[in-house]
Unconditional design. Sequence first.
Lengths: 489, 1114
Amino acid sequence: MQAFDPAIVREIEKYTRRDWLKRCGGGFGWLALTGMLSGNQAAWAEATQPHNPFAAKPPMMPAKAKSVIWIFMNGGPSQVDTWNYRPQLAKRDGQPLEGFDKKTGFFPEEVGALMKSPFEFKQYGESGTWGSELFPTLAQHVDKMAFIHSCFTNSNNHSPALFMMNTGVTRMGSPCVGSWVTYGLGSECESLPAFIVMSDPLNRGLPKGSASNWGAGFLPSIYQGTWLKPQGEPIDNLKPPGNLVGNPQRAQLDLLAKLNQHHAQQSPAENELAARIESFELAYRMQAAAPDALDVNKEPESIHALYGTNQKHCAHFAKQCLLARRFVERGVRFVQIYSGGMENQQSWDGHIDLAGNHSGFAKEADQPIAALLSDLAQSGLLESTLVICAGEFGRLPIAQKGAKPGRDHNPHAFTAWLAGGGIKGGVHYGETDDIGFKAVVDKVGVGDFHATILAALGLDHEKLTFKFQGLDQRLTGVEHHRVIKEIFA
Amino acid sequence: MYNPNCAKPTTSAVPTKNNESLPAERFAIRRSLLDKEVLMIDFFRRYQRTNVEILTLVLAAVLLWAFGLPRIPLRADDKEAVVGPDRPEPAVIPAVPADHAQRMTDGLDQFQKQIAGILKENCLKCHGGEKIEGEFDLATREGLLEGGESGVVVVPFQSQASHLYKLITHAEEPIMPDNAAKLSDEQIAMIANWIDNGAPYDFALAANKPQKKSTIVDEKDKSWWSFQPLAKVTPPNLDEGKLAVGVRTDVDRFIVAKAKAKSLELSPQASKRNLVRRAYLDLLGLPPTPEEVDAFVNDESPAAWPALIDRLLDNPHYGERWARHWLDVARFAESHGFEQDYDRPGAWAFRDFVIQALNEDLPYTQFIEWQLAGDEFEPDNPLALAATGFLGAGVFPTQITANEVERTRYDALDDMLSTTGSAFMGLTIGCARCHDHKFDPIPTRDYYRLLSTFTLTVRSNIDVDVERNKKSPQMAQWRKEQDSLLAELKTYEESLRSDLPQWMRSVERSVKTWTVLELSEIKSKAGASFKKLDDGSYLAEGNNGDQDTYAIESRPSSQKITGIRLEALADASLPKAGPGRAANGNFGLSKISLAAAPPGAEPVALKIAKADVDFEQNKSNLSIAASLDDSPTTGWAVDPQCGKDHAAVFTLAQPFELEAGVPLTITLDFQVNTQHALGRFRISLTSVAEPLLGGDSLPPHIADVLAEASTPEQLASLPAEKQTALFDWWKKRDANWKRLQAKVDEHTKHEPSTKTNIMICGEGYQPMRHHTQGADFFQESYFLERGSVDRKNGVATQSFLQVLMPTADSQTQWQWSPPAGAKYSGRRRSLANWIVDVDHGAGAIAARVAVNRLWQHHFGTGIVATPNDFGHTGAKPSHPELLDWLAGELIRGGWKLKALHKLLMTSAVYMQTTTASADFKAQEKADPTNELFVRRIPRRLEGEAIRDSLLAISGKLDLKLFGPGTKNESSLRRSIYFMVKRSELIGSMVVFDQPEPLVSQGQRPTTTVAPQALLIMNSPHVRAWAEAFAKRVESTAPVTTDFQPAIQRAYQIAINRRPDEAETQSTVAFLETQSANYSQDPQYTQAVQANARSLALVDLCQILFGLNELAYEE
């Protein structure tokens, strides 16, 4: 069954304009509705029944990945200090970079000479993948990971680049990848949000542009990411007020259902009203399911040890990685975790003291990410979970001058890696020049990257469309983009 | 297009640069370019760009072949390569057959003899001649191979794989040639053969290449329904009889006439209780009180319904309800968005403008004009200025790198233009930024010319008197108090007037008055400057030298001088309030000397005989006498009596007759101590025989009056203004008058601040800056190819959409030139002029869009179901005649919206019941989406209306109008006063589908999701309102013994009706069980147990908040 036949999409759109969303209800899970398809095309009924924006939908093409965990390295980690080993850079250490355009980075007045990586590199795994000493634990998993060394983006500034990486557009306001994926595939889980976002819990701020990075843009707002508040109750209104806990609230909801059903019998909008009645029941179930998913204390000690939830330097990130696994296990479609806070020394944005900055954030992330890959692999979930790790851009091979040199923003090259969900392990795609400044071989734009993510989930980026402002909008826009099939197993 | 994946596999040949020991075969996907390939590809590209002659082509092709270019045919999914920022223009690199050199030669021959003719005759007009439809230009081979918006059109050497072939053979759509006969089989075969031979050209088909983009909008383009002038429509004449049953207004005639075709009739009228509730929710977004419901239900008059509508339209909360609809359209927010999302102080002024404009029924044309150009229409009207917040409401990056500045500015201009297009004209103009609009006749050229309207438009914060028109209660109270104080002063002045004659006759007056000397020049040796104050004194400012000398010159009228008075006056601006400039407020006058300097003669010194003083620091070196000796280190000083006024009188040795025109010079030396000059002083003269220290200082004009009239009788004969001048001076000496005046002054200081800092968006004000590396704004806008700032194509000057103009160059008829010296260009006013012009501009579509929005909010769906898109991709009107008639009514009624509301709401269509009728199923089958409007489907209220209703029901709603908003969800004000911060949208609003304020939104989706239910169930705010609601109920219906009265009351308040039998039973049972549980279960505290019945009522009240009937407008 083709879920996104254009004729069907047109029919959906017609309904969107008129009454569709109003009628289809929906929630964190889906609300069964009947009798709404009278008078509509058989094709529509066949393709979309049951009819609910969060109903799990079949992919457009065969695919292994069913869910996504995107570890967003916020601030833009340096490719030449992590996974893109460039021996020539060490050889040319201290030399000026001829013809360098000062506007490439953010600080045109602090342009220094080429700077070798302060980190040692060695080879790991059967694939012999070169990795720096920043990720000693994660490096044990290189044979599960596919590296794309030739990514580039369209902005040298955090928030436009963040928007680009998340939504495919440097301006704010377009739907992000997670929203498109939940729109395209629905959710496998009724009692949890389909798309969950976790940001830095150490008070170091949100990624620049904050909620617009997980916004639904012009897609219905139900597809936006649910941001777990790092402090306090992670989700609003999950706990009943004092005396209502338990029986009193149950009695309230029973009465409400009775009164609403009594009323609905007299109304021509009974389907819609029924959906609202059902939404209270779903909410009641969520009150139990969400805290359960969020309770990592239910994990055995061995798992805590694996992730490092009891180690001070990485406990916060370890908990988020562990939560990501618990969510995916329960059918959450898309999880995004931000490593690092807002910018500068709060994130991977190593303008000053690159060595100190990157060692610090790598120390937070190394063991938890490695644990996530191990854990998903041992439970078999890695087969169906696409793990993505990338930032919004890379960093320059030259130094940003200062007492402790850093590296400035570089839109021309960065490395992303993917694992699980049908990705081939231990492979490398694309190349930069020999100092890691610009992608030159098999360049991968953000649109290509997005097309590849969608393809791994069985979604065709040219057919996953939503009508807005008179146009069939796509995550990958109007330009032509290519799926990097070479990294698929 | 070159695709690196088509390159020959080179794994074994290419050492991986960063991994010498990488097992070569194992990682086969790592690729590299061979240098020679780079060379050849580059060569080939250049060839394609320049269209060099055939010999070069053949040579190139041979070379390419010799060097082994890829031979793998293109796969379908390999068509496109990645295009990066620093990548050259993509070009098609075909697979080249072995005999291609020969083929190209043959193909060229075909081109000359046949193909050029066929293409010219059948294709060129639309694809490179007059227009470039679908961005496909086949006038040159370069264009042919570049393809169009649908991708590659011709694959050289492969006719069967070429899209063009499929189109001309009609195997695929759109069939070509468009709107013309299919090419003959012979012609098709020739083209195929030519493509198989490489599709060579040897000349361009169009001699003078047209503009890259089509610029012509023709009559066919203008024939689209929404671009047409308004049709002259008269409401259908129904057969008066069966059909006209239930018809109340002309609106009904259109609906009934159309429904007749499907044999459908209007549904019956709703109950009066439903109607009154519907009207309140619709117009105010608040439920009526039980009393308001009763009043309407009991009013049997047929005029009750229109009268109710009038009343509600006059209610100030109408503006709040309907402003929210417009704020969605205006993508209104109060922060910049992007990285920091800084707040925009004063941005709420735009929200207040919308509310006020609706409440005052501002004509819709003015509503448009002010939002686009309030500063150009009425630069002094705060409301018009606030309206321009419309243009500035879009997002605004605050951190911009040098190479993003220009693009960011175009983004901002695009936001203004796109929103203007969607909001007022229902057109997706923004789609034409990178290419001609794909569906509507809006060429990119029109886009940039329209965009240039906003080139100079910037956000600014300015202080304006927004309260001016608001007549706030605080202002009224202050005015009342001020008037009373002024009246008291005035009364006293009148009583004082009778004392003036007595003063005039007094000895004090005759011997003690001084005439203040006006100084023509004061030169300070140390460089101080002097400011003249109202009382004739002078205040020293600027440099305070260690030692100073004031050389003073004056030219008084001719007079006898017997003495001179020097007043040293305190002043708040001086150290310790003066009167000196020393740090302790002291001064040290070491010497005073006087002289008269007749022109051409030696100056005559005026000898001082003696001095008198009110206070001197000591009797020796700092006495007044010391100011007459020649020692520079002794002189008059006043410490410790600083901060007070002092005076010294110097009596001349003999009277001096000063002649007119002779300058009098006075020299004041300050050398007693460092920086001890006098800070504020006044000099007066007298002619009395014995000058005395005290006495008034008469300003010269008052001295003149008194010289003319020394008695009250003489005064009475003087002109009134002289009498008044004397009295006005004289009254100020009076202690009681001074006291009363001080009260007035003090109260004046507390005048409610009427200046408010608001955000506007206009021209010529101080622009709000970005954090930018370089300039933020530019003086010109350019035509940009493909929307890229790197591809400028000439300066764009203002014009409007050709499709809505009589001719392509008739823009001047709306263009307005501002008066000389104005700080704005007039371009936005020109744009507004065009938009509101019904006869020749966009006025017809603007009126249609406006009435459609009103219809949509009253009936659930617009006559055009896509309120922001009246173009080809939008919905067509379900009732085009009705739409045009309503638009005409709007215009005929002076563009007043309130009249239109009433017109719609008094129709039988509006008044239909939402109760399912017997033939509901049949209706639904005949008209599933209710396009015919012959039934009314209950509508879920917006989040704002639901929250406001809960607050109103709880009795906690704060109905204060206007002013800055808040992000605090516990606020008790209406939801429209939530501050809209883009990164911190209000959770309870978002969960109920309030759209993200990023682009114009004409309609909201209505979703039903679990978080909405969680909000009702668990939000502490909702719980608090439920508690207040229960208290309100208990105040008239206590639950001590019986629950029923409370249930009745709660139903009346919440949903404006009594519970029926079943509902009463269920709720009573619930309350009994719930209260029994609270009172008996030991887990609850004593407080809970004691209040079990009230607590149970709170639980019920909260549940009533969850009733569908409350959340739906029926």
